[in-house]
Unconditional design. Structure first.
Length: 336
Protein backbone atom coordinates (compact mmCIF):
# COMPACT_ATOMS: atom_id res chain seq x y z
CA UNK A 1 0.00 0.00 0.00
CA UNK A 2 1.39 3.29 -1.00
CA UNK A 3 0.54 6.67 -2.43
CA UNK A 4 0.25 8.62 0.82
CA UNK A 5 2.31 11.77 1.20
CA UNK A 6 5.58 11.62 3.12
CA UNK A 7 8.51 13.92 3.71
CA UNK A 8 10.35 12.69 0.61
CA UNK A 9 9.62 14.92 -2.40
CA UNK A 10 8.16 13.09 -5.38
CA UNK A 11 8.59 13.74 -9.08
CA UNK A 12 5.24 15.00 -10.29
CA UNK A 13 3.61 12.80 -12.91
CA UNK A 14 6.90 11.69 -14.43
CA UNK A 15 6.86 8.50 -16.51
CA UNK A 16 9.99 6.48 -15.73
CA UNK A 17 11.24 3.76 -18.08
CA UNK A 18 11.45 0.50 -16.18
CA UNK A 19 12.83 -2.15 -18.47
CA UNK A 20 16.52 -3.03 -18.33
CA UNK A 21 17.25 -6.00 -20.62
CA UNK A 22 20.37 -6.88 -18.64
CA UNK A 23 18.60 -6.95 -15.29
CA UNK A 24 17.82 -10.21 -13.52
CA UNK A 25 14.43 -10.64 -11.84
CA UNK A 26 14.50 -9.70 -8.17
CA UNK A 27 12.53 -12.21 -6.08
CA UNK A 28 9.84 -10.76 -3.87
CA UNK A 29 9.93 -11.50 -0.14
CA UNK A 30 8.04 -14.61 0.92
CA UNK A 31 7.43 -14.05 4.63
CA UNK A 32 6.25 -11.28 6.92
CA UNK A 33 9.74 -11.05 8.38
CA UNK A 34 11.26 -10.59 4.91
CA UNK A 35 8.73 -7.91 3.97
CA UNK A 36 9.47 -6.06 7.21
CA UNK A 37 13.19 -6.27 6.48
CA UNK A 38 12.58 -4.81 3.01
CA UNK A 39 10.73 -1.84 4.49
CA UNK A 40 13.64 -1.27 6.85
CA UNK A 41 16.20 -1.42 4.02
CA UNK A 42 14.20 1.11 2.03
CA UNK A 43 13.97 3.42 5.03
CA UNK A 44 10.17 3.32 4.92
CA UNK A 45 8.45 3.42 8.28
CA UNK A 46 4.67 2.93 8.00
CA UNK A 47 2.98 6.07 9.28
CA UNK A 48 0.17 5.47 11.75
CA UNK A 49 -1.02 9.02 11.23
CA UNK A 50 -1.31 8.45 7.48
CA UNK A 51 -2.77 5.00 8.02
CA UNK A 52 0.00 3.18 6.14
CA UNK A 53 -0.40 -0.60 6.14
CA UNK A 54 1.55 -2.76 3.68
CA UNK A 55 -0.08 -5.96 2.43
CA UNK A 56 2.25 -8.98 2.43
CA UNK A 57 0.00 -12.02 1.83
CA UNK A 58 0.32 -13.23 -1.77
CA UNK A 59 -2.93 -15.19 -1.70
CA UNK A 60 -4.94 -12.02 -1.14
CA UNK A 61 -3.69 -10.29 -4.29
CA UNK A 62 -4.14 -13.47 -6.33
CA UNK A 63 -7.75 -13.65 -5.24
CA UNK A 64 -8.23 -9.94 -5.91
CA UNK A 65 -6.91 -10.24 -9.47
CA UNK A 66 -9.14 -13.25 -10.13
CA UNK A 67 -12.20 -11.37 -8.87
CA UNK A 68 -11.33 -8.46 -11.18
CA UNK A 69 -11.23 -10.92 -14.11
CA UNK A 70 -7.95 -9.51 -15.39
CA UNK A 71 -6.56 -11.31 -18.42
CA UNK A 72 -3.71 -11.14 -20.95
CA UNK A 73 -5.46 -8.57 -23.15
CA UNK A 74 -6.16 -6.14 -20.32
CA UNK A 75 -4.61 -2.79 -19.45
CA UNK A 76 -4.48 -2.13 -15.70
CA UNK A 77 -3.78 1.15 -13.91
CA UNK A 78 -2.49 0.45 -10.40
CA UNK A 79 -2.64 3.23 -7.82
CA UNK A 80 -0.05 3.12 -5.04
CA UNK A 81 1.90 -0.07 -5.88
CA UNK A 82 4.06 0.32 -2.78
CA UNK A 83 6.36 -2.68 -2.38
CA UNK A 84 4.97 -4.33 -5.50
CA UNK A 85 3.10 -7.40 -4.28
CA UNK A 86 -0.05 -6.55 -6.27
CA UNK A 87 2.05 -5.21 -9.15
CA UNK A 88 3.81 -8.55 -9.48
CA UNK A 89 0.55 -10.46 -9.73
CA UNK A 90 -0.86 -7.95 -12.23
CA UNK A 91 2.23 -8.32 -14.41
CA UNK A 92 1.70 -12.08 -14.45
CA UNK A 93 -1.93 -11.75 -15.56
CA UNK A 94 -2.40 -8.50 -17.51
CA UNK A 95 -1.20 -7.44 -20.93
CA UNK A 96 0.18 -4.15 -19.62
CA UNK A 97 0.32 -2.29 -16.31
CA UNK A 98 0.66 1.41 -15.53
CA UNK A 99 1.68 1.88 -11.88
CA UNK A 100 1.38 5.31 -10.24
CA UNK A 101 3.54 5.74 -7.12
CA UNK A 102 3.92 8.89 -5.05
CA UNK A 103 6.81 7.87 -2.78
CA UNK A 104 10.18 8.30 -4.51
CA UNK A 105 11.84 5.59 -2.40
CA UNK A 106 9.19 3.06 -3.30
CA UNK A 107 9.32 4.08 -6.96
CA UNK A 108 13.08 3.41 -6.98
CA UNK A 109 12.45 0.00 -5.42
CA UNK A 110 9.83 -0.81 -8.06
CA UNK A 111 12.18 0.12 -10.90
CA UNK A 112 14.77 -2.31 -9.55
CA UNK A 113 12.21 -4.98 -8.67
CA UNK A 114 10.63 -5.07 -12.12
CA UNK A 115 13.52 -3.99 -14.33
CA UNK A 116 12.97 -6.96 -16.64
CA UNK A 117 9.21 -6.38 -17.20
CA UNK A 118 8.69 -4.52 -20.49
CA UNK A 119 4.91 -4.35 -20.02
CA UNK A 120 5.19 -2.10 -16.94
CA UNK A 121 5.14 1.71 -17.05
CA UNK A 122 5.98 3.41 -13.78
CA UNK A 123 4.71 6.91 -13.10
CA UNK A 124 6.09 8.91 -10.18
CA UNK A 125 3.39 11.24 -8.97
CA UNK A 126 0.07 11.65 -7.22
CA UNK A 127 -2.76 9.64 -8.77
CA UNK A 128 -5.10 12.55 -8.05
CA UNK A 129 -2.94 14.88 -10.18
CA UNK A 130 -1.64 12.64 -12.96
CA UNK A 131 -3.09 13.33 -16.40
CA UNK A 132 -4.69 10.10 -17.55
CA UNK A 133 -4.75 10.80 -21.31
CA UNK A 134 -1.09 9.95 -22.03
CA UNK A 135 -1.33 6.75 -19.99
CA UNK A 136 -4.62 5.40 -21.31
CA UNK A 137 -5.53 6.11 -24.93
CA UNK A 138 -9.11 7.47 -25.03
CA UNK A 139 -11.62 4.71 -25.60
CA UNK A 140 -9.29 1.96 -24.38
CA UNK A 141 -10.99 -0.31 -21.81
CA UNK A 142 -8.95 -0.61 -18.63
CA UNK A 143 -9.20 -1.65 -15.00
CA UNK A 144 -8.07 0.31 -11.94
CA UNK A 145 -6.56 -1.85 -9.20
CA UNK A 146 -5.42 -0.54 -5.83
CA UNK A 147 -4.76 -1.44 -2.23
CA UNK A 148 -5.75 1.96 -0.92
CA UNK A 149 -5.06 3.82 2.30
CA UNK A 150 -8.34 4.58 4.00
CA UNK A 151 -7.59 8.30 4.01
CA UNK A 152 -7.54 8.57 0.19
CA UNK A 153 -9.85 5.75 -0.92
CA UNK A 154 -12.83 7.99 -1.66
CA UNK A 155 -10.72 10.57 -3.49
CA UNK A 156 -9.19 7.92 -5.77
CA UNK A 157 -12.60 6.39 -6.42
CA UNK A 158 -14.04 9.79 -7.27
CA UNK A 159 -11.05 10.67 -9.45
CA UNK A 160 -11.61 7.75 -11.80
CA UNK A 161 -15.41 7.60 -11.77
CA UNK A 162 -15.67 11.28 -12.66
CA UNK A 163 -13.39 11.06 -15.69
CA UNK A 164 -15.10 11.82 -19.02
CA UNK A 165 -16.51 8.72 -20.76
CA UNK A 166 -13.58 8.10 -23.14
CA UNK A 167 -11.21 7.88 -20.14
CA UNK A 168 -13.46 6.31 -17.51
CA UNK A 169 -12.35 2.77 -16.51
CA UNK A 170 -14.55 -0.23 -17.19
CA UNK A 171 -13.89 -1.70 -13.76
CA UNK A 172 -12.26 -0.87 -10.43
CA UNK A 173 -10.90 -3.44 -7.98
CA UNK A 174 -10.15 -1.68 -4.70
CA UNK A 175 -9.11 -2.81 -1.24
CA UNK A 176 -10.48 -0.45 1.39
CA UNK A 177 -11.91 -0.22 4.89
CA UNK A 178 -14.79 -2.69 5.22
CA UNK A 179 -17.10 -0.09 6.74
CA UNK A 180 -16.70 2.14 3.69
CA UNK A 181 -17.14 -0.85 1.38
CA UNK A 182 -20.44 -1.65 3.07
CA UNK A 183 -21.61 1.92 2.53
CA UNK A 184 -20.76 1.68 -1.17
CA UNK A 185 -23.03 -1.35 -1.64
CA UNK A 186 -25.83 -0.20 0.69
CA UNK A 187 -29.48 -0.53 -0.33
CA UNK A 188 -32.73 1.03 0.90
CA UNK A 189 -33.96 1.35 3.60
CA UNK A 190 -30.35 1.84 4.75
CA UNK A 191 -29.06 3.67 1.68
CA UNK A 192 -26.05 5.93 2.13
CA UNK A 193 -24.93 9.04 0.33
CA UNK A 194 -21.71 7.36 -0.78
CA UNK A 195 -23.78 4.42 -1.99
CA UNK A 196 -25.91 6.66 -4.19
CA UNK A 197 -22.79 8.23 -5.67
CA UNK A 198 -21.00 4.96 -6.37
CA UNK A 199 -24.09 3.27 -7.78
CA UNK A 200 -24.80 6.21 -10.07
CA UNK A 201 -21.56 5.35 -11.87
CA UNK A 202 -21.15 1.63 -11.28
CA UNK A 203 -22.47 -1.63 -9.87
CA UNK A 204 -20.37 -2.26 -6.73
CA UNK A 205 -20.07 -5.56 -4.87
CA UNK A 206 -17.95 -6.76 -1.98
CA UNK A 207 -15.81 -9.61 -3.29
CA UNK A 208 -14.31 -10.74 0.03
CA UNK A 209 -13.13 -9.54 3.43
CA UNK A 210 -9.48 -9.10 4.38
CA UNK A 211 -8.22 -9.64 7.94
CA UNK A 212 -5.89 -7.13 9.64
CA UNK A 213 -3.24 -9.84 10.14
CA UNK A 214 -2.08 -9.75 6.50
CA UNK A 215 -0.78 -6.17 6.78
CA UNK A 216 2.37 -4.58 8.19
CA UNK A 217 1.48 -3.15 10.65
CA UNK A 218 -1.99 -4.66 11.20
CA UNK A 219 -4.73 -1.98 10.98
CA UNK A 220 -7.28 -1.72 13.76
CA UNK A 221 -10.21 -2.35 11.39
CA UNK A 222 -11.30 -4.94 8.86
CA UNK A 223 -10.72 -4.44 5.14
CA UNK A 224 -12.60 -5.62 2.07
CA UNK A 225 -12.04 -5.89 -1.67
CA UNK A 226 -14.72 -4.12 -3.70
CA UNK A 227 -15.31 -4.66 -7.41
CA UNK A 228 -17.10 -1.84 -9.24
CA UNK A 229 -18.31 -2.55 -12.77
CA UNK A 230 -18.74 0.86 -14.38
CA UNK A 231 -21.99 1.48 -16.26
CA UNK A 232 -21.68 1.73 -20.03
CA UNK A 233 -24.24 4.53 -19.92
CA UNK A 234 -24.97 6.74 -16.92
CA UNK A 235 -28.57 7.10 -15.68
CA UNK A 236 -28.51 10.77 -16.68
CA UNK A 237 -26.71 12.74 -19.41
CA UNK A 238 -23.24 13.95 -18.44
CA UNK A 239 -24.52 17.52 -18.27
CA UNK A 240 -27.05 16.57 -15.57
CA UNK A 241 -24.55 14.99 -13.14
CA UNK A 242 -23.95 18.19 -11.18
CA UNK A 243 -27.67 18.83 -10.73
CA UNK A 244 -28.17 15.19 -9.64
CA UNK A 245 -25.53 15.42 -6.93
CA UNK A 246 -26.83 18.79 -5.78
CA UNK A 247 -30.22 17.17 -5.17
CA UNK A 248 -28.68 14.11 -3.48
CA UNK A 249 -26.49 16.22 -1.20
CA UNK A 250 -29.47 18.34 -0.20
CA UNK A 251 -31.64 15.31 0.48
CA UNK A 252 -29.07 13.63 2.72
CA UNK A 253 -28.01 16.78 4.56
CA UNK A 254 -30.77 16.29 7.11
CA UNK A 255 -31.39 12.59 6.61
CA UNK A 256 -33.42 12.16 9.81
CA UNK A 257 -36.01 14.52 8.39
CA UNK A 258 -38.53 13.78 5.69
CA UNK A 259 -36.84 14.24 2.34
CA UNK A 260 -39.24 17.03 1.36
CA UNK A 261 -38.26 19.07 4.42
CA UNK A 262 -34.56 18.51 3.86
CA UNK A 263 -34.75 19.50 0.19
CA UNK A 264 -36.81 22.59 0.94
CA UNK A 265 -34.37 23.76 3.62
CA UNK A 266 -31.17 23.02 1.73
CA UNK A 267 -32.31 24.23 -1.70
CA UNK A 268 -34.23 27.23 -0.33
CA UNK A 269 -37.46 26.18 -2.02
CA UNK A 270 -41.08 26.44 -0.79
CA UNK A 271 -42.23 23.24 0.92
CA UNK A 272 -45.38 22.99 -1.16
CA UNK A 273 -43.35 23.26 -4.37
CA UNK A 274 -40.99 20.52 -3.19
CA UNK A 275 -43.91 18.28 -2.20
CA UNK A 276 -45.45 18.71 -5.64
CA UNK A 277 -42.05 18.07 -7.26
CA UNK A 278 -41.62 14.78 -5.41
CA UNK A 279 -45.19 13.69 -6.06
CA UNK A 280 -44.76 14.32 -9.78
CA UNK A 281 -41.64 12.13 -9.66
CA UNK A 282 -43.64 9.33 -8.02
CA UNK A 283 -42.08 9.78 -4.56
CA UNK A 284 -43.93 10.18 -1.26
CA UNK A 285 -42.67 13.50 0.23
CA UNK A 286 -42.80 11.93 3.72
CA UNK A 287 -40.09 9.38 2.94
CA UNK A 288 -36.51 9.78 4.18
CA UNK A 289 -33.38 9.96 2.03
CA UNK A 290 -32.04 6.55 3.05
CA UNK A 291 -35.19 4.83 1.73
CA UNK A 292 -34.75 6.14 -1.83
CA UNK A 293 -33.16 4.22 -4.68
CA UNK A 294 -30.72 5.67 -7.20
CA UNK A 295 -33.49 5.45 -9.78
CA UNK A 296 -35.74 7.60 -7.60
CA UNK A 297 -33.03 10.24 -7.18
CA UNK A 298 -32.67 10.20 -10.97
CA UNK A 299 -36.42 10.70 -11.37
CA UNK A 300 -36.29 13.64 -8.95
CA UNK A 301 -33.45 15.23 -10.90
CA UNK A 302 -35.39 14.89 -14.13
CA UNK A 303 -38.07 17.11 -12.61
CA UNK A 304 -35.67 19.52 -10.89
CA UNK A 305 -35.12 21.70 -13.93
CA UNK A 306 -38.84 22.49 -13.97
CA UNK A 307 -38.35 24.17 -10.59
CA UNK A 308 -35.55 26.29 -11.98
CA UNK A 309 -33.00 24.40 -9.88
CA UNK A 310 -29.64 25.22 -11.43
CA UNK A 311 -26.70 22.86 -11.53
CA UNK A 312 -23.74 23.99 -9.40
CA UNK A 313 -20.68 25.49 -11.03
CA UNK A 314 -18.07 22.75 -11.63
CA UNK A 315 -15.30 22.59 -9.04
CA UNK A 316 -11.98 23.25 -10.80
CA UNK A 317 -9.85 21.64 -8.10
CA UNK A 318 -7.87 18.56 -9.04
CA UNK A 319 -9.95 15.41 -9.07
CA UNK A 320 -13.28 17.18 -8.63
CA UNK A 321 -16.00 18.15 -11.05
CA UNK A 322 -18.53 19.51 -8.62
CA UNK A 323 -20.62 16.43 -9.34
CA UNK A 324 -19.89 14.04 -6.54
CA UNK A 325 -16.98 15.28 -4.49
CA UNK A 326 -18.97 15.94 -1.37
CA UNK A 327 -21.02 12.79 -1.79
CA UNK A 328 -18.24 10.26 -2.28
CA UNK A 329 -16.17 11.71 0.54
CA UNK A 330 -18.90 11.04 3.08
CA UNK A 331 -18.07 8.69 5.91
CA UNK A 332 -14.49 8.05 4.96
CA UNK A 333 -12.17 6.97 7.75
CA UNK A 334 -8.41 7.35 7.80
CA UNK A 335 -5.93 4.63 7.01
CA UNK A 336 -2.70 4.09 5.09
Amino acid sequence: MSGAPDSTPAVSSEVIPVVDPAAAPAPLPATRREWSALLERLGVRPSKGLGQNFLYERGIVQRMVRQAEIGPDDLVVEVGPGLGILTDELLLRAGSVVAIELDRRLAAHLRAQFADRPHLRLVEGNALDVTIDPLVPPGTPYTVAANLPYAVASAVLRRFLELPPPLRPRRLALMMQKEVAERLVARPPAMTIIGVAAQFYAAPRIAFDVAPTVFIPPPTVQSAVVILDVHDTLPLPEGERARFFRVVNAGFRQKRKQVANSLAAELDLPKDAVAAWLTDAGIDPMRRAQTLTVEEWVAMTGRAAELGLAAPVPDKRVGRTGAGAEVVADGEASRR
